[in-house]
Design a protein around this ligand. Sequence first.
Ligand code: NDP
Length: 485
Amino acid sequence: MNPTVQPKASHFINGEYVEDKNGTEIPVIYAASGEQIATVHAATPAIVDMALASAKSAQKTWAAMTGTERGRVLRRAADIMRTRNRELSVLETYDTGKPLSETLYVDATSGADALEYFGGLAASLTGEHIPMGQDWVYTVREPLGLCVGIGAWNYPTQIACWKGAPALACGNAMVFKPSETTPLCALKVAEILFEAGAPAGLYNVVQGMGEVGGALVTDPRVDKVSLTGSVPTGKKVYAAAAADMKHVTMELGGKSPLIIFDDADLENAVGGAILANFYSSGQVCSNGTRVFVQKDIKDKFLARLAERLKGAVIGDPQDEATTFGPMVSKAQMEIALGYVEKGKAEGARLVYGGARLNQPGWFMQPTVFADVRDDMTIAQEEIFGPVMSVLEFDTEEEAIARANDTEFGLAAGVFTSDLTRAHRVIGAMEAGSCFINSYNDAPVEAPFGGVKASGVGRENSKEAIKHFSQVKSVYVRMGDVEAPF
Ligand code: NDP
């Protein structure tokens, strides 16, 4: 075991680390070496109950505080996260395998942004006064109560904060279950919130597989479920939550299009395609993995892309010079390599990478296929790995129709120097998070989430407040009540 990453215990409940070794053992494997670096245990029913009960009770205390007081706690937590950024980034790298050159800038920092932003909003969450002649209606924005957060493994710190910060700002409590693949980082988020002054039990973390997630989602004490995960899991969790009419936010997968027109700045377009496919070794939900390139510039685009990919520094993710790390797990690497084989078998042309690296850990090369057709498996299914499909197109109309021809609708991007075309094309995209001459920016100020099968609800921005609160409206009559009898 690695003493810097082994947590004190598996779960964080009611302001302290809690262990129950009766739960199934979950080994934590470092993606860059394949070695076990820590162990946690899945939550037993007793642990799940303890977490929900303590959250239920803490929520009452928390909701009774003023928005200013709640916001102060969240902003203090943001400050602590920023102060400990390096330590948290190193842990994120151990948890996920993502290189420190990324984690130092986008994980704890993005988590801190969410805590700061929603901490700032907390005091402004008020209702409305609606005049009705001499009567009036007033509205009250109330918390939902007890929220469950369930995370994917690609951004464990960020997901724990993106769900926790708006939930807490609105006066809710949260029980968060990280992915079993990356159980370490969320514990730190819980620890920091408690240290910042959140009441014990307000933000609890329990470990476990889908079974634990299922137990949380179906518990009658839970009012809301926010899931980040795949579409199949989303469908199951949404259905389970619907049985009790629970609120949901679903941040699910995608197969997003990136459309590059022949008038685009080539260097920026290639950079955008790299960000859209190879950041975090391609394990990003909003990735633009179907890269539609207009016919006339396709060869130039592929040549420049290949040149720039040679500049990827693949290796030890704890070395800050590394720019491309391993896949999160052996299983995920094998899934991505399986898609590479399917791409070849179905006739796509492999123009870059495609192989596992001959070294310990779950490393595979950044991979590019050209001559990809819309009906090929690699153009239809979410791979969640560093595999880019380049598809050729002729006209704007054709690109729009083909880009939208998918069950997913998380993100979409366009590169062009024609301003009106940029807005026209993005206006036609069936996607929730869109980019013009850019890709994969996710500032806390902007709503994030998908349409179609990619999700329900939005994270970040003021939109997230709507998904973690509800409105009570109160009619106030000043005169007599006129009843018919
Ligand atoms: P999964 O759907 O496999 O799992 C997501 C989470 O749900 C995990 O914590 C998992 O637990 C849990 N879970 C699984 N089954 C159930 C169940 N029946 N009830 C309750 N919880 C359950 O996704 P991955 O972890 O493999 O993450 C990759 C996916 O996440 C991709 O599809 C990606 O696109 C999507 N994603 C979406 C994002 C977005 O914001 N739109 C951002 C990041 C990723 P466990 O894994 O421990 O079994």
